[in-house]
Design a protein. Structure first.
Length: 99
């Protein structure tokens, strides 16, 4: 199962969440829903080098796909999912811009 870390208020997550909800390959984990979900995501984010550039740019790193093999993907296109209709460049940043 692929874990998909999202947040309800993230504009880039909305379409991905909609697609993932109808596909049994995915487990959606909303990091804003419960502190345990946030802690789970932060443990991954704070310990994986895949997030280094994302953190440098001030982004949060969601949506985030934790693959079954342990690898991490950030782009839906790399997963070969249906075309998404989300605003390019609208990713939420830690400073509040882009949301």
């Amino acid at each position: 199962m692929i874990k998909v870390y999202v947040m309800q208020t993230c504009p880039d997550c909305a379409q991905i969440k909609k697609i993932a909800e109808t596909d049994s390959r995915f487990q959606i984990i909303d990091i804003g829903e419960h502190v345990k979900n946030l802690k789970e995501f932060l443990r991954i984010r704070d310990s994986r080098s895949e997030f280094d550039e994302i953190k440098k740019s001030g982004s949060v790193g969601i949506p985030c796909f934790l693959m079954e093999d342990g690898s991490i993907q950030f782009e839906m296109e790399e997963l070969q999912l249906p075309e998404a209709d989300y605003a390019e460049g609208s990713a939420c940043r830690i400073d509040g811009t882009g949301c």
